[in-house]
Design a protein around this ligand. Structure first.
Ligand SMILES: [Zn+2]
Ligand SMILES: [Zn+2]
Length: 402
């Protein structure tokens, strides 16, 4: 029997970005370190390294070195607001969460065309070039692929909280700071397709930069890629300091011809590749299935293998629409739920990290650390209880009963 060992997202799997209501900006905790030289990224297993393999095999597939081409009009991308579904559907996020009441962008950028499309080439960017002491390793342990790191990227980020002097501030006053996280994730090293796709939570995978990928929505259920302002590498922090993406980072390095390189892993263990298929053509929803993937020959652990994989697209929903395999790690979205559990682990709370009661979590949706809150007729303060990654309303007298 194949044993699937699961989850443990620590604090980083919190959720989609919950921004406290805009002004006045409030900072939870400052980043542990800032402006340090970027650590040299040597993951213990560098998935991008096997270029010799593809070159050696190029005799068989002339298409494998087809130059990249694209028909995607980046000036008119369809806005994906509200495109979540309760079953797998092409072009949608099959979201475990279907009510959204958190925060996000506060204004409308001039890159919104006003006709249901947006212009990615005109979108504002959060200024700054902050380096971080990135730590990230990927290793194979038995039948698991294990990721450990500090959640800090291998590239520079914008300056967060967004400064009032930044042009991005007019649209998205992200008040959060980037902070170090304790990331440990274990995924099946050789994932298989499940009998049925399953829904996705707030975080859907982890990228080779050490940064989690969130689904396509902000905490309001709006298209995060279209509305929220990110930095030059397409990331920003949520309320507990987790730096994350909602779409493929422009700072990731792809191939220049043929199939895109591996960019990261979805939480079911399947790979997330860049924009281009094996013909070197940029993929769109039309080319992909209901989970935003397909089966082709790709490079996988240094070998060319025909297998299922996801693609990043410029088109909504950007990365993973649902899990084709069995998700080892599951989080819910914008309300701050950090529910864990794959299909093998349903029916009850697992021992690890007792989560606060849902009403306490809901009471702090959209609020920041230290904010006043109330549950029923008790009032308290939003804080992150020990062993929890979630902001919850803690009454003055201590955590409410279960
Ligand atoms: Zn976000
Ligand atoms: Zn492909």
């Amino acid at each position: 029997m194949k044993r699937i060992m699961f989850l443990f997202v620590i604090s980083f799997l919190v959720t989609a970005c919950l921004f406290p209501p805009p002004p006045p900006p409030q900072t939870g905790s400052a980043p542990a370190t800032e402006s340090q030289p970027e650590a040299n990224d040597q993951s213990s297993q560098n998935q991008n390294q096997a270029s010799t393999t593809s070159e050696a095999e190029s005799e068989s597939h002339s298409h494998s070195d087809a130059p990249h081409t694209s028909d995607v009009d980046l000036t008119r991308l369809e806005v994906g607001d509200g495109k979540y579904s309760t079953s797998p559907q092409v072009g949608y996020v099959f979201s475990c969460q279907t009510t959204f009441n958190g925060g996000g962008a506060t204004g409308t950028g001039n890159w919104m065309n006003g006709d249901g499309t947006w212009n990615a080439l005109m979108k504002a960017v959060v200024d700054g070039s902050v380096s971080w002491p990135h730590e990230f390793t990927i290793s194979i342990q038995g039948d698991q692929r294990v990721f450990t790191g500090n959640g800090l990227p291998n590239h520079t980020t914008g300056t967060y909280p967004v400064s009032s002097s930044d042009d991005a501030y007019a649209v998205d006053r992200n008040p959060n700071s980037i902070s170090e996280q304790n990331v440990t994730v274990s995924l099946p090293a050789n994932p298989t397709i499940a009998s049925q796709p399953s829904c996705v939570g707030g975080a859907i995978g982890i990228m080779l930069s050490g940064v989690p990928m969130f689904n396509a929505f902000d905490a309001q259920g709006l298209d995060a890629g279209a509305h929220e302002v990110q930095d030059n590498c397409d990331g920003h922090p949520q309320q507990s300091g987790v730096y994350h993406y909602h779409s493929l980072s422009d700072c990731a390095t792809d191939t220049t011809a043929g199939h895109s390189a591996l960019m990261g892993y979805a939480f079911d263990g399947f790979g997330i590749y860049g924009y281009y298929d094996s013909n070197g053509e940029e993929v769109t929803n039309e080319d992909l299935d209901e989970c935003h993937g397909h089966t082709e020959v790709v490079e996988w652990d240094g070998q060319l293998v025909e297998m299922y994989h996801y693609h990043a697209t410029h088109e909504f929903p950007y990365t993973v629409g649902c899990f084709k395999g069995t998700a080892s790690v599951r989080t819910s979205g914008g309300q701050g739920q950090g529910q864990q559990g794959g299909q093998n682990q349903q029916g009850g709370q697992t021992g690890q990290g007792q989560q606060p009661p849902q009403e306490a979590i809901d009471a702090c949706a959209g609020l920041s650390q230290g904010a006043s809150c109330s549950v029923g007729n008790m009032s308290g303060t939003c804080m992150t209880p020990p062993n929890s990654s979630q902001l919850a309303c803690v009454p003055a007298g201590g955590p409410p009963g279960p």
